[in-house]
Ligand binder design. Sequence first.
Ligand code: SIN
Length: 528
Amino acid sequence: MISNTHECIETDFLVVGSGIAGLYTALKLSRLGHVHIITKDEVQESSTQYAQGGIAAVLDKGDSWELHMEDTLEAGDDFCNKKAVKVLVKEGPDRVKELIELGTRFDFIEGELDLAREGAHSRRRVLHARGDATGEEIRESLTDVVRGNNNIELKERNFLIDLKVKSNKFAGALCWDHDKKTLSFYHASYGILASGGCGMVYKNTTNPGVTTGDGVAVAYRAGADITDMEFIQFHPTALYHPAGVSFLISETVRGEGGILRNEEGHRFMEDHHKDAELAPRDVVARAMVHEMEKSGSENIWLDVSHLDEKYLKGRFPKIYHKLQDHGINMAEDLIPVVPSAHYMIGGVKTDINGRTSIQGLYACGEVACNGVHGANRLASNSLLDGIVFGHRIYEDIRAEGLNRPIEIESPMEIPDIGEPDIDLKDLRDDMRSKMMDDAGIIRNRNKLLELDSWLKDKIETLGSINSWNTHAYEAKNLLRVGMLITRSALLREESRGAHYRSDFPDTKSKWKDKHTILNINHHKGYVK
Ligand code: SIN
């Protein structure tokens, strides 16, 4: 148990999360006022750090924003917010140039940016760094600048518990500082959620352990609209491991010629789509499930044995060495791969300036949903999304003029922090397996209904426990996000992009402009 006293910190901006969206937006906002960044682990623990493929932007003479837009819309399966896509592809190149000015060193070849190709891109337009360590390079360069900025305080190991909202206006947030073992209340003018996705909801994921959907769950509890949560992107090629411990094998490996083979060694993707291995991710992931079901195998095989070992080692150093640690020589052996949860396409609903349905609360990066990714995100558009819409938040607040934090009578009620009387690891493991089986790549009404009632029961059990710690909060957030996915998937009675219902296998034109929305007052959700 801890005492009920806590520190109250006055600040202009509270940014939650330390991936590309959080760090970059904080840097921009520091021009307007004082910024606190809180991140629940070490600064490097975010999906950005593990991004391999790269960041897509039109920087080649033979390319155009129109082509990038066309590819994004096509991958998005007729569901993207066209206005948001136009912003992304037109403003993207300037934002990437800013990253370079801030110190990010992308790979060059003969004096030109070395642009890679990924699935569903009609051109080579993916910038990468240190081969397949793109995210790490971006994160390191941004962290260096953040650490040197006197207007930013970076608080690691600080966990966001809940937001304070008064009359639908953001007022601040309560956080738990793991080092000091105290609660802090940030009384801030603006809150910016940049806390990433929710891969840990699923048994198989390419995401790191921090991705427990906290931002979405906290925003939901605060009353924000959450949208399009049925769209969870599964990446076709994560390293298969019986325990579900995954490691991403970048799509650029297929972009450079990697072939997918089934148990018989057959190159099956040519039978499913004209772009074979480089078809949209949802198409590849479903074809893989189909092949695995047909043969009863647990995985598919990725074959790059026709590529030169020296080239593979230089182009994909991280993947090469990681596979070596697993006893696999990618230049000789087939790599066992399985589709894994990779990206949360839905999230906290925002407009194209990052505004949520709560005044003063913004969101950008994976936690946000402005419709830019439609029903299926185009590879390497997510790092770009983080900086383009982070910049938009800065521009929006700059144009409006900085407000003072709203007056509040008391900071926030203090939860009781202690050990919950429940095995949280078992609960999480059970949930992740169930989500994989029932709300994963292929869904149907009966399975989703069963899952919904299981989740409801667990949420009630956890909710009736009076003692809390941050692990319990994470579990509570995971269950809530699982339920948001499940209920949204139940509402959408069609298949589109990353959402596939075996009981509604067709894409229906009447659903083209319809979005699922859940909030605390509409917990079963509605369609708009
Ligand atoms: C990859 O390297 O395959 C991931 C790129 C992405 O998801 O955008």
